[in-house]
Design a protein around this ligand. Structure first.
Ligand SMILES: [Zn+2]
Length: 131
């Protein structure tokens, strides 16, 4: 699937969070380090970009915030270790995207009314496909 034309929105203020192929987040680590973090717009691509001063240790929880309205993107109504953004495709269809906030855990879920897709090597941690 080509995600190049998809946009990613903050669930709170609905601002667009992506520029080209990067989704921009404001983050705060468990160890209280703050910074900007970029994730790929391609679901299942776990390339993370951040400045070298924002050290993130493997297994550390990273809290994600909207860089515009500063609201927490935590999906703790589903699981404490997941965050949420809205993905909007070319046709205006919207999907909920859930992803792990634990550094080194590779899992992303795309959720719509009649559609559920899991991405990443660790996707079995939070949901089992078909359950
Ligand atoms: Zn926002």
């Amino acid at each position: 699937m080509d995600n190049r034309s998809n946009n990613f929105l903050c669930p709170c203020c609905r601002s667009v969070l992506n520029i080209e192929n990067n989704i921009i987040f404001s983050v705060k680590t468990q160890g209280n380090r703050k910074g900007l973090l970029l994730l790929s717009t391609k679901l299942g691509d776990y390339a993370v970009k951040n400045h070298e001063t924002l050290m993130i240790e493997k297994g550390e929880k990273v809290n994600f915030f909207c860089p515009i309205c500063k609201e927490s993107l935590s999906a703790n109504d589903v699981n404490d270790n997941l965050a949420r953004v809205i993905m909007q495709d070319d046709d205006g269809n919207e999907f909920q995207i859930l992803f792990s906030i634990v550094a080194g855990e590779f899992c992303t879920y795309m959720v719509a009314d009649d559609n559920f897709k899991a991405f990443g090597d660790n996707s079995g941690i939070y949901f089992n496909e078909g359950s």
